[in-house]
Design a protein around this ligand. Sequence first.
Ligand SMILES: Nc1ncnc2c1ncn2[C@@H]1O[C@H](COP(=O)(O)OP(=O)(O)OP(=O)(O)O)[C@@H](O)[C@H]1O
Ligand SMILES: [Mg+2]
Length: 285
Amino acid sequence: MNAAITEESPAHISSGGSAQPSALGGGRPVDPTQLDTTHGVILYLESINVSFDGFKAINNLNLTIDRGELRCVIGPNGAGKTTMMDVITGKTRPDNGTAFFGQTIDLTKLSEPQIAHAGIGRKFQKPTVFEQLSVFENLELAMKTDKGIWASLRAKLSGEQGDKIAANLKLIQLEDQAHRPAGLLSHGQKQWLEIGMLLMQEPQLLLLDEPAAGMTDAETERSGELFLSLAGQYTLVVVEHDMDFIKQISEGRKVTCLHEGSVLSEGPLDQVQNDERVIEVYLGR
Ligand SMILES: Nc1ncnc2c1ncn2[C@@H]1O[C@H](COP(=O)(O)OP(=O)(O)OP(=O)(O)O)[C@@H](O)[C@H]1O
Ligand SMILES: [Mg+2]
């Protein structure tokens, strides 16, 4: 292993895995078993507003996601898709509005680390994996993050933990790459590894912002299969511009189109694509 590795973790790990309150965000950890989805709803946003210097990036946004859904979110550049994810993950505080994770967890009152710990995982566009560590070690670290890197890697894995890593390696189809340094993976494989790392933390809701960006067609299709296999057991919200990809993963599901910080249209993909208002905002660019 390479001595250049620092104790600094990729962003999603440092905020996600620790059971300790973060010095930055603060607040008591939220017990992930508190998540109450008795009415089937895992995410509920109502009348959310976010403005930046008077510009309304999110404008009275309402969105409901059911547990187990795979929801695609589309919309032109600047529609507010990433800002919506920032609100859900606590990176950006809404000016007002309601944001609940399940029935009881009020996201507007929690810090970013608390939200991650409660069970919301986020994947950013750029993969953030430890390049010098093996694929296996990356997954191992994602599981136990409150100790620091070297202590974590020295600690012995339990049988159950080993099984969990093996299951995730299989899911992300990197079994044959397990002992290669992550830095040698293709862009697509790094993205899958990062998804595997998120899954090690057992999130209930996964937010993926442009996961197919920069991927080859084959990698994009494989990602689609991966997301379809995760739906049901997990809830996924996927923001993408690649319409072939959206088509692949949205069959029989709802798609949401955002525009100017609000929901413009929602329903099956062909209905949304044929919605006059949607056609207008895409052509109007
Ligand atoms: N921190 C910020 N300060 C000021 N303006 C911002 C900030 N973040 C986002 N915006 C603005 O808010 C609007 C929505 O941005 P956002 O990044 O959410 O759009 P998006 O739908 O994700 O677009 P894209 O498809 O290009 O990623 C844009 O006009 C953007 O310039
Ligand atoms: Mg964006």
